[in-house]
Design a protein around this ligand. Structure first.
Ligand code: CP
Length: 298
């Protein structure tokens, strides 16, 4: 079985195949209840989630299958000290695939070494979140197209796993990438290295105004408070890189504003009702995109 661990493993052809299939599911998600009858998907979320967990659950149910849910760390035997490896070896006997979210970077790769059913990395610490990337690309394709694209990615580029995965996947599409963050939250060295190796056109900025007018897409992220070793470091950057309708006055009319959500205060509510706002549509596309992903993996 193939696992989905990081965005780097996805070729342009892989991505386009999932997005094309997702468009079929999107047209009528209720028409595929016979696709995977009896399929069981294990949800193992060692960290909080609303979108990823619920959209995977919706996706497998739309395909005719069902979920088995580990519950929270507090309500499971993880609380008694069971290892990730043992948990995975047990759960693979219950389900046809495992969706794993975990606070440790590398957890999904480790899990995949212990099981034969496919594992989807639904977020491993500050590492990767590749199924989010597929729905992000779906939203970009729908709104701006994936050719001749200029993308700005702003906020917590250091700890933001959705950023690391999206940046890796965009190297398949000749996109121009602008990364906007405080100095202390720049992309990690390994992500910058991979972008450099791919030959991608990448620039880093501390100021959105430097590039705003050029952007087709502005992808905003939350400062990942839970990843900061020191609360004072978080407070030093919290509240920076916040956008509101006035910030976007100089943006192109067709600028697409995205956010993986949840947001705290990075996008003011006065943007929600503008034509720029695509973040709720983005979250909704998690269902057809994850249907397509599960359809190909199970
Ligand atoms: N975008 C995202 O991963 O959201 P959740 O943490 O709610 O799953």
């Amino acid at each position: 079985h193939d696992h989905l661990i990081g965005a780097k493993q996805l070729s342009r052809a892989d991505i386009e195949s999932v997005l094309d299939r997702a468009a079929e599911f999107d047209a009528d998600p209720t028409a595929f209840a016979d696709a995977h009858p009896d399929a069981l998907l294990a949800l193992c979320f060692f960290e909080p989630s609303t979108r990823t967990k619920m959209s995977f659950e919706t996706a497998i149910k739309r395909l005719g299958g069902d979920t088995v849910d580990m519950g929270t760390v507090e309500s499971s035997s993880v609380k008694k000290g069971e290892s990730l490896a043992d948990t995975m070896r047990v759960v693979e006997g219950y389900a046809d695939g495992i969706v794993l979210r975990h606070p440790s970077e590398g957890a999904a790769r480790l899990a995949a070494e212990f099981v034969d059913v496919p594992v989807v990395n639904a977020g491993d610490g500050a590492g990767q979140h590749p199924s989010q990337t597929l729905l992000d690309l779906y939203t970009i394709r729908e709104n701006a197209g994936l050719d001749d694209l200029t993308v700005g990615v702003m906020g917590d580029l250091k700890y933001g796993r959705t950023v690391h995965s999206l940046a890796g996947a965009l190297t398949n599409f000749d996109a121009r990438m602008h990364f906007i963050s405080p100095e202390s939250l720049r992309l990690p060295r390994n992500v910058r290295f991979d972008l450099h190796e791919s030959g991608a056109v990448v620039k880093e900025h501390t100021d959105l105004d430097a590039v705003l007018e050029e952007l087709d897409v502005l992808y905003v992220t939350r400062i990942q408070r839970e990843r900061f070793p020191d609360e004072s470091e978080y407070r030093a950057v919290a509240g920076e890189y916040r956008i509101d309708a006035e910030t976007l006055a100089d943006a192109r009319d067709d600028l697409t504003v995205m956010h993986p959500l949840p947001r705290v205060d990075e996008i003011a509510p006065d943007i929600d009702d503008t034509d720029h706002a695509r973040y709720f549509e983005q979250a909704h596309s998690g269902v057809p995109v994850r249907m397509a992903l599960l359809d190909s993996m199970l």
